[in-house]
Design a protein around this ligand. Structure first.
Ligand SMILES: [Zn+2]
Length: 358
């Protein structure tokens, strides 16, 4: 059986930095001079053998590594890898009602349903996590590789790097080229040859009424529980977005062996878009999940220059007007703005590929 290795890097809580720094000094973390995938720069460390062997996940935000307990954003792992982590961690703890709450965000809810959802969120969070709550999905064929766990210090921030081995997806034959435009609503739109288009479905997060219901419940909670509910809500929102992106990934791999995205640098500038793109899983998807899924399926990924992909018409290359989801070209008329951008990205990749063949 052919397997493929995936690796994901998640942030460790700032509060645990001093713990890790003292492990470096005491020799509990050994410097490794080999870089790891998905991280450029930074110092890579290998935990000592006993710590690597004594590893399990306590819950969605906590990893036991030998005698060290690390708070890390484990909920940011893709669904499949997360399921492998849970399978490899007997005693893993989850909140009650996790499955129902997660599914609730995948379909529209009226104000009354949102209120019920908020009540369940708050009540089950206050109840607290317990072992033996079923995970969200069954683990795929594969394993977590705890012996490959690394820690990376980059600019004073610590990252936990986890490795997995998945059974390889069957390699696609020569399919097509799809361009993918990344956004917030929708999260991603893919465009291919001859009008072919794929899109994530809209997310059904709490609207104003729902947020109001949540806030009035939060007001009645002590600060620590308030923070816990907010963290859990953020993780559920992330999970809903991730589920939509996972569906799109499967569709995309089914019809394209070559995928093009914009070379966006999420880490280098701060803006509302970047923050939302991180909250809605789309930054992690385009940087880590999508490339690894494409490579695992034997496909290729191109990252193209992002300038003007949404301001030019894909048909005539003239600059048009973009207003939300509508793009208007003076010559070609009204187009779907996301589809237009995805086609520009596709076209750019196509030109790179053609130049390479010459
Ligand atoms: Zn045009």
């Amino acid at each position: 059986m052919q397997t493929t290795t995936t690796r994901y890097n998640v942030r460790v809580a700032d509060a645990d930095a001093s713990q890790l720094n003292s492990l470096v000094h005491s020799g509990g973390l050994l410097r490794q001079h080999q870089p790891i995938s998905g991280m450029t720069g930074g110092e890579v460390y290998v935990p000592e053998a006993a710590a690597l062997a004594g590893q399990h996940v306590i819950h969605d935000g906590l990893l036991q590594l030998g005698n060290t307990t690390l708070a890390a954003e484990l909920h940011r792992l893709p669904v499949q890898e997360h399921a492998l982590l849970v399978a490899g961690s007997p005693g893993y703890m989850e909140y009650p009602q996790q499955q129902g709450l997660a599914h609730g965000l995948l379909r529209p809810m009226n104000p009354a349903a949102q209120k019920t959802w908020v009540n369940r969120l708050v009540a089950s969070t206050v109840q607290g996590r317990a072992p033996g709550v079923p995970g969200l999905v069954a683990p795929p064929p594969g394993t977590w590789r705890p012996e490959e766990t690394r820690l990376v210090c980059q600019g004073g921030l610590w990252f936990l790097s986890l490795a997995f081995e998945l059974d390889a997806v069957s390699r696609p034959q020569r399919l097509g080229l799809m361009g993918v435009d990344v956004g917030l609503a929708p999260l991603a739109v893919a465009a291919g040859h001859g009008g072919q288009m794929l899109s994530t479905r809209p997310l059904h997060l709490l609207d104003q009424a729902g947020r109001h219901a949540l806030n009035s419940q939060l007001d009645n909670l002590p600060p620590s529980q308030r923070a816990e509910v907010q963290t859990r809500y953020a993780a559920l929102v992330y999970g809903a977005a991730q589920a939509e992106l996972a569906t799109l990934t499967t569709q995309l791999i089914g019809c394209a062996d070559t995928v093009a995205v914009e070379a966006l640098r999420f880490g280098t500038f701060r803006s509302n878009f970047v923050e939302r793109a991180r909250e809605l899983a789309v930054a992690d998807w385009v940087q880590g999940v999508l490339p690894q899924r494409i490579y695992a399926a034997g496909g290729r990924l191109y990252r193209v220059r992002p300038a003007h992909t949404s301001s030019r018409c894909h048909r005539c290359q003239q600059t048009g007007q973009r207003a939300g989801a509508v793009f208007t070209c003076a010559r070609c008329g009204v187009l779907n703005a996301h589809h237009n951008a995805a086609l520009n990205i596709r076209r750019r990749a196509w030109r790179v590929i053609r130049r390479g063949r010459r």
